[in-house]
Design a protein around this ligand. Structure first.
Ligand SMILES: CCCCCCCCCCCCC[C@@H](O)CC(=O)SCCNC(=O)CCNC(=O)[C@H](O)C(C)(C)COP(=O)(O)OP(=O)(O)OC[C@H]1O[C@@H](n2cnc3c(N)ncnc32)[C@H](O)[C@@H]1OP(=O)(O)O
Length: 245
């Protein structure tokens, strides 16, 4: 995370600069991250409240995705900035780990749930929506309070414990949703390119989705074990030697 001006540590990109510049960039980066995390906490809170209100009013999950999709798309797409934060060094996280996490979410939102209307009312969509929402409210409020140096222990505890259950449940929701999308993708041939065509290349979205589903097998454990290491480091103070990207 971007460190405060006083402690001066923890931000390689910033530390290399000469002193005056370093202080300014440190304060700017911290201010930006506070703004970003407050906005994201608020966005996911709004989404959570909208989901609860929808369910209370309608008594069904049908139509829920449609009613919250604008907020979801905006805030989940905004999270692309997290990859930028790592790349420019204002947060101390792997670009690769963050990139996989963010791109899989963007993919679910735009290329599955948005593009394939027939699956928007699947229970699995609601499953990953609820899990993402709880996760993100906890995660962004953790970062915000941490940056402000007033971190309540229960938020820290929630950040590094909830994922143990929420991560596999969220992944199950995502995989079930992709699985539910397969027949529609096959029937419509969407996003696919058949031969012959002027580019002389073919692409089959149906098989691409199957490959994406299988790619969870090697990729998800890496994210999960990364979080388990973070948990040991933050909650139990273990020193973890991270490999470079
Ligand atoms: C094109 C098709 C692609 C298809 C790919 C298919 C493969 C997909 C496989 C992957 C499946 C993922 C599925 C996923 O979407 C399901 C869910 O999310 S379910 C819900 C449960 N999820 C979670 O709990 C998410 C957990 N993940 C994360 O928290 C992050 O995304 C992750 C990058 C994985 C880990 O986070 P990080 O390494 O950043 O850990 P920390 O939070 O401990 O932070 C480390 C330090 O960085 C500071 N930091 C990070 N971000 C910020 C920020 N925004 N503001 C301020 N500071 C930040 C943090 O404080 C730490 O600082 P320090 O080291 O000083 O303590």
């Amino acid at each position: 995370m971007a460190s405060s001006e006083e402690d001066g540590g923890g931000n390689g990109a910033v530390e290399e600069k000469e002193n005056g510049k370093k202080r300014r960039l440190g304060a700017l980066a911290t201010a930006w991250l506070i703004f970003y995390n407050v906005a994201m906490t608020a966005g996911w809170l709004v989404l959570g409240i909208a989901m609860v209100r929808f369910y209370i009013q309608k008594g069904t999950h049908r139509g829920l995705f449609r009613s919250v999709q604008k907020t979801l798309k905006f805030f989940q797409t905004f999270a692309l900035l997290e990859v930028v934060h790592c790349a420019v060094g204002i947060v101390r996280t792997s670009v690769l780990v963050t990139g996989v996490q963010v791109s899989s979410r963007i993919f679910m939102v735009w290329f599955i749930a948005h593009s394939i209307k027939q699956i928007q009312n699947e229970e699995s969509v609601i499953l990953f929506l609820v899990v993402w929402t709880v996760t993100e409210i906890t995660r962004y409020s953790f970062y915000t309070f941490n940056l402000l140096n007033h971190l309540p222990y229960f938020i820290k505890w929630a950040r590094y414990n909830f994922f143990i259950i929420l991560y596999p449940v969220g992944v199950a929701g995502e995989l079930l949703t992709i699985y539910a999308a397969l027949p529609y993708v096959k029937k419509t041939g969407m996003f696919s390119l058949r031969l012959p065509n002027k580019y002389n290349v073919s692409f089959d979205y149906y098989y691409f989705l199957i490959i994406v589903m299988f790619s969870y097998v090697p990729l998800f454990p890496q994210l999960y074990f990364h979080m388990l290491r973070q948990r040991r480091r933050v909650l139990h103070g273990e020193v973890i030697v991270e490999k470079d990207d």
